[in-house]
Write a protein that binds this ligand. Structure first.
Ligand code: UD1
Length: 416
């Protein structure tokens, strides 16, 4: 089992190109099965979650192979409609295969994804959307069995703008007769990337980015090539790292607009930030100030996925910052680990108060989840002495090679 070891205290400087977005490519990989032919994904990040999706695709009978930086999926021979328990357990977001398998096969069997490190992760909204399209669902012994011989488009109102439920409903609706209108849909940029992908293969989808998405089902599909959008949370991680450690970074292949709440927070903390076409530059003296209250919210609000990362950047800031986590029930598990490094954080229910300390000390810490792990890297880069991060398989779910990227900026970081 490998660890990440960081010798903190170095200023960071350089240029990085941001990898493709995990949260975009996972639903897109599920969507590839809507087309009984070849799909090429360009800029697909090399991540353990992507490998888990590839295993599901191969189990279903698809071919999925890397061709350099491209991932080529051929779903023409798809002949199964089940995802077994061991593959579902590898990745919670594999539930998005449900809508895609139903649309292609009219039948699907998946084991229940269950809870995860962020607390309970119900899928009631996903299942309700599929039922409204005409799918019959039975849940028995942790298994969800769906039949959907005649799905018909209709208006579906989500009572919360869930990202996963929006994606599942979009994919299922591609196999339904007529038009589906999703109301109160999630507005995250990854939904827009999924729409672009679907349109590129011939589906008729519009409205992504707004809260109403219209899908015209049962359209003829064709082979396509899609470039995966850049990962805004990976970009946020590297911006936070340089903000906290001090220095200057130019991120390439990013969308400045997608990062606006994160860059606004880092600007308020004292960083200089400028952005151009596909590029963001951040300069920091390394000594930040607190920024009042940060509330996570669905896009375009402050992303829950950047909460731990920003918190790590502000551990040594002058003053106190309050975090309010509104999306997930249990998203402060990184706090105990950050406190091992000398951070001063108190948590009550969904609120965490971070009071800046003059110095953090390197320590042996453990990743509790993907973004919590990223937060430990950010904190380690600014801590005095050595930080040893264990259970880095969480980080590898979403970061292609953070040791390569941070070393390129001059960090003293290694895999051991
Ligand atoms: C996605 C992202 C995750 C991000 C999250 C919120 C992927 C692979 N993951 O997760 O990184 O943190 O969006 O931006 O894209 N909920 C229900 N019932 C449901 C579905 C969700 O109550 O059927 C609740 C969840 O418990 C949570 C909230 O809705 O409290 C938001 O969840 P959702 O937007 O669905 O997040 P995910 O799609 O799981």
């Amino acid at each position: 089992m490998s660890h990440i070891v960081i010798q903190g205290g170095r200023k960071l400087e350089g240029t990085l190109t941001v990898q493709g977005a995990k949260n975009s490519v996972l639903p897109i990989l599920a969507a590839t099965i809507l087309h009984p032919g070849r799909t090429t994904l360009r800029g697909c990040p090399h991540l353990s979650d992507v490998e888990a999706s590839i295993r599901i695709l191969r189990h279903l009978g698809c071919k999925a192979d890397w061709a350099g930086e491209d991932l080529v999926v051929d779903a023409s021979a798809l002949d199964r409609w089940d995802v077994p328990d061991h593959l579902m357990r590898e990745m919670r977001s594999s539930v998005v295969f449900l809508g895609a398998i139903l649309a292609r096969m009219g039948w699907a069997e998946l084991s229940h994804p269950g809870g995860c490190e962020l607390g309970p992760r119900p899928i009631d909204l996903h299942l309700s959307a599929l039922r409204q399209l005409g799918a019959c669902l039975r849940e028995e012994s942790g298994c969800i069995c769906c039949t959907a011989q005649h799905m018909a488009g209709r208006e579906i109102v989500l009572n919360m703008p869930s990202v996963g439920a929006t994606e599942n409903a979009m994919l299922a609706a591609c196999g339904a007769e007529g038009e589906t209108v999703l109301v109160n849909a999630a507005r995250e940029p990854e939904i827009w990337d999924l729409q672009n992908f679907l349109c590129g293969m011939g589906c008729k989808v519009r409205g992504a980015g707004s809260s109403t998405i219209c899908i015209q089902g049962r359209q003829p599909t064709s082979d396509s090539l899609h470039t995966v959008m850049p990962d805004r949370i990976v970009a946020a991680t590297y911006l936070a790292a340089v903000a906290a450690a001090g220095g200057e970074v130019e991120l390439r292949r990013v969308s400045h607009g997608h990062l606006s709440t994160v860059t606004a927070a880092l600007h308020a903390a004292g960083c200089q930030i400028s952005g151009g076409e596909g590029q963001v530059v951040l300069r920091s003296q390394g000594r930040l100030r607190s920024i009042g209250t940060v509330r996570t919210a669905p896009y375009p609000g402050f992303p829950t996925d950047a909460q731990a990362i920003l918190m790590a950047a502000l551990l040594r800031a002058k003053g106190a910052t309050v975090f309010v986590e509104n999306i997930f029930e249990n998203r402060y598990r990184h706090v105990d680990e950050l406190c091992r490094m000398g951070a001063d954080i108190s948590v009550a229910d969904r609120v965490a108060v971070v009071t800046g300390v003059p110095e953090l000390c390197g320590a042996k810490v453990r990743c509790t989840d993907l973004r919590g792990g990223a937060a430990l890297m950010v904190a380690g880069l600014t801590a005095k002495g050595e930080t040893r991060i264990e259970d880095i398989f969480h980080i590898q779910r979403g970061y292609e090679d953070p040791v390569r990227d941070l070393s390129a900026l001059g960090a003293e970081i290694r895999l051991e």
